[in-house]
Write a protein that binds this ligand. Structure first.
Ligand code: SAM
Length: 289
């Protein structure tokens, strides 16, 4: 189905190239916020289809209207499988969507470690959920480097979620094997971690390398996917990491109010198409019973 552009009026467009010859563009009805922080260029625009959209260095991170796909599928598979998630750590995730999803559970504490205070400030001003999180006594937001946090702190967590941006700039270290070796030391016994690892189409070799490396650190490394309309290729990969938990056993009813996640989408997420099975070490199937 084709569609005519909205108006001939010249508006700001953000073009995100996924390969040198293709990508997505978003028309900004309004530029709401634009600033260069110490770490990256931060932009928030209003687009009539996606609502407010957060970009870091020209790459879309979060949009008001499709963020639920990404955040629910980063958070709920691990939270639903863990027996009793009391302490949760989020690395990155400055827009607050992942922390918001964790706070739907009766956890004792949710800590988010985000390197860029200006992302937090901008998101708090323009995305309604972060303001609410600030009022929740269980939430703690730390401005700092997630790599250093897992290396130097000795706190332990039941669930750790890596909500990083792409492996460029400050996020690069969050895609390295040493980061995951240290992250594992921060997991309590029975703990589960999850991370976003890119597009199965555009970042195929990076996904292959990541799952192969993570498979040497965690006894159970499971690849799963979810649709994210504004991310390159529209389908996104995540990993579920544990030493002793398989993702098939859900321990509770999902929290109320979710838009994407349910036990069926959970199960479907771990059923991989053939071209993605090829990315797994041993090229195995991981269909759940
Ligand atoms: N969901 C988004 C995606 O996959 O595109 C990304 C979420 S989030 C906005 C990524 C955040 O990670 C950014 O706000 C960035 O500042 C933060 N970040 C990057 N490197 C970091 C580091 N070393 N430690 C902590 N946070 C980091």
């Amino acid at each position: 189905m084709t569609c005519r552009p909205k108006s001939k009026e010249k508006k700001t467009q953000i073009r995100e190239y996924h390969t040198p010859d293709c990508g997505l563009f978003f028309q900004a009805e309004r530029v709401i916020f634009r600033r260069k922080s110490r770490f990256q260029k931060i932009e928030i625009i209003h687009n009539d289809t996606y609502g407010k959209m957060l970009f870091l260095d020209n790459l879309v991170q979060t949009t008001e209207n499709d963020e639920f796909f990404y955040h629910e599928m980063l958070v709920h598979p691990s939270m639903m499988v863990h027996e009793n998630p009391e302490r949760v750590l989020i690395i990155g995730g400055g827009d607050g969507g992942a922390l918001r999803e964790c706070l739907r559970y009766p956890i004792r504490q949710g800590i988010m470690v985000e390197i860029d205070s200006e992302v937090i400030q901008a998101a708090q001003e323009h995305f309604p959920w972060l303001k609410k999180i600030r009022e929740d006594d269980r939430a703690e937001i730390i401005v700092g480097d997630g790599r250093e946090y897992v290396e130097k702190k000795d706190a332990e967590f039941d669930v750790i979620l890596v909500d990083s941006s792409d492996p460029v700039g400050p996020s690069q270290v969050l895609h390295q094997i040493q980061f995951y070796e240290n992250l594992k030391k921060r997991l309590r016994s029975g703990g589960i971690a999850a991370a976003q690892v890119g597009s199965p189409l555009y970042h195929k070799e990076a996904v292959r390398r990541t799952v192969s490396e993570l498979g040497t650190i965690f006894s159970r490394m499971r690849l799963y996917t979810a649709p994210v309309p504004t991310y390159p290729g529209g389908v996104w990969c995540y990993v579920f990491l544990s030493d002793d938990r398989e993702p098939e056993k859900l321990r509770r009813e999902p929290p109320a109010g979710l838009k994407y996640y349910n036990p069926e989408t959970h199960r479907a997420a771990f059923s991989l198409p053939n071209f993605m099975r090829e990315l797994l070490p041993g090229k195995g199937s991981q269909i759940l019973p």
